[in-house]
Design a protein around this ligand. Structure first.
Ligand SMILES: *Cc1c(COP(=O)(O)O)cnc(C)c1O
Length: 494
């Protein structure tokens, strides 16, 4: 199987291997890589997955997409990525709630949020891709982070062969827990550097380094090339397809549904990667009826799915579900490509870049209507959902999952579609302990104290992954000016 760009309108498309797509990240024309065909899973094949552990299911499903990786390579990588020591609560367990909603907990990994599901395996796939494409240099990953992605990337890339990772964060732009998580990071190939300034300064600094040809030459001479840990890389999307198929198998195994029953999927959405992975699983043959796209007050996707117009010219809100505070959902481009083809996708993306908006045509709109429903949840309803779910069901959910839960219920109340819902639960409640505690009526002292305060209030234990950073030795203390970032990279690569 080969990979093509979502914007390639040529008759003879430029196709690359999975390894090349993962190494390259973004296509030359600025589009995203997509497989040239979507592989299928039959009911028989689904049935055969039911008795396998997560890592074996993952290796089999990834093998359908990454055809230039051997079954042994994928199994070894999946075993290492999803090992019990990294996912102490299981890779992607399900907790069944009232009303036919099944919470698919994607946050048992090292940083307690769903990004670990992809970032634990993607670096291994990249490391192999370097070998497969004959790359002898070391990949120097640079990340600018406002908090969570940096930590998830550090955990994912730590001690992976032929890769080094350096993360920049704004000194005063992250929470105390986030700062500690990064400053105590373990691993021989990792570096963390604070900068004076805000997130934009960090991001601009990294972008400058990426576009500096002279610096690239200097690094090349020392055996390095720069690479990003971008969320639009196919190597991050493919592992997300796995857990929807795995969740379906687990529901059959638990006797909650019969093989072949149709389920709905609800995903708290930001960049549209997670929900798009569910859509691909359905394209492969997983029986999914409807995709409920859940947004917070930044409800650009709700409006898009309702009207067919995507318009980023709007107010931006900071919410208690910050990982969904996004105005440009990059992975939506992959859905447009799948539904509308490369010509229309290229046009829509051009319009987005120049006018900040585009409107899909009636045919595309009809296809979106057939599969997707968009809902959003206000700040008030997010807090209310956290409180009510805890009081009525004893289930503590984080702010992002609460948005999804509210939207799943709103969809069921609006329609007579009461099929079981797989709800992507994207973060451990302790990841956003202060907001969750406030929703329960508590008053957090600060974000570190909130961990113990939420334990006290809820009786649910905080995950060791978060509490242990409070006691680990601090390894990284350097803070530099933004224009000193290149020198920080030079020192790191010595
Ligand atoms: C990244 C993230 C999301 C959004 O996922 P997308 O794939 O960007 O749509 C939702 N919740 C949490 C906790 C996240 O970290």
């Amino acid at each position: 199987m080969n990979y093509i760009s979502t914007r390639d309108t040529n008759e003879a498309k430029k196709a690359v291997s999975a390894a090349a797509a993962i190494k390259q990240g973004l296509a030359d024309d600025g589009g995203l890589f997509m497989p040239d065909t979507i592989p299928t899973v039959t009911m028989e094949e689904l049935k055969a997955l039911i008795d396998l552990p997560y890592e074996e299911r993952a290796a089999k499903i990834l093998g359908l997409f990454l055809t230039d990786y051997t079954a042994e390579e994928l199994l070894a990588d999946c075993r290492a990525a999803y090992a019990e020591e990294r996912f102490p609560g299981g890779a992607a367990p399900i907790v069944s709630l009232e009303g036919g909603v099944h919470s698919l907990e994607l946050w048992h990994g090292p940083t307690c949020a769903f990004k670990d599901m992809a970032l634990q395996i993607m670096p291994r796939l990249l490391s192999r891709a370097l070998g497969k494409t004959g790359e002898e240099r070391t990949a120097q990953i640079l990340v600018a982070t406002s908090g969570d992605t940096g930590k998830a990337a550090l955990e994912g890339y730590r001690d992976v062969d032929q890769i080094k990772i350096l993360v920049f964060y704004p000194e005063d732009g992250v929470s105390r827990v986030q700062k500690l998580q990064m400053a105590t990071q373990e691993g021989g190939n990792v570096g963390v550097c604070a900068i004076h300034g805000n997130f934009d300064d960090a991001q601009t600094g990294v972008k400058k380094i990426f576009s500096d040809g002279e610096f690239a030459k200097e690094m090349n001479a020392q055996g390095y090339f720069f690479s990003s840990a971008n969320s639009i890389n196919w190597g991050r999307l493919a592992p997300q397809i796995v857990y929807y198929i795995s969740a379906y198998c687990d529901l059959v195994k638990a006797g909650r549904i019969a093989l072949g029953d149709v389920v709905n999927v609800c995903v708290p959405t930001g960049n549209f990667g997670n929900i798009f992975a569910a859509y691909i699983a359905a394209k492969m043959g997983l029986p999914v009826g409807r995709f409920i796209c859940a947004s917070n007050a930044n409800n650009i996707l709700t409006d898009f799915l309702k009207t067919g117009t995507y318009d980023r010219n709007r107010e931006f809100y900071k919410t208690m579900s910050p990982s969904m505070d996004i105005l440009i959902s990059s992975n939506l481009e992959r859905l447009l490509f799948t539904v509308a083809g490369p010509e229309k996708t290229a046009d829509y993306m051009k319009s987005l870049a120049t006018c900040g908006k585009y409107t899909v045509d009636a045919q595309v709109k009809a296809e979106l209507d057939r599969c997707f429903s968009g809902y959003y949840c206000s700040e008030e309803n997010t807090a209310k959902t956290i409180r009510e779910t805890f009081e009525k069901e004893g289930y503590l959910c984080d702010t992002h999952t609460a948005v999804g839960l509210y939207c799943a219920k709103a969809y069921m109340a609006d329609t007579d579609d009461h099929r079981p819902v797989i709800l992507a639960s994207t973060a451990n409640p302790y990841k956003f302990a202060a907001s969750v505690l406030t929703a329960l009526g508590g008053q957090p002292t600060d974000d570190v104290a909130a961990l113990a305060e939420l334990e006290e209030k809820s009786g649910v234990k905080a995950p060791v992954q978060l509490t242990r950073v409070l006691t680990l030795p601090v390894r990284f203390t350097e803070t530099v000016d933004a224009d000193e970032m290149p020198n920080a990279v030079r020192r790191f690569c010595k």
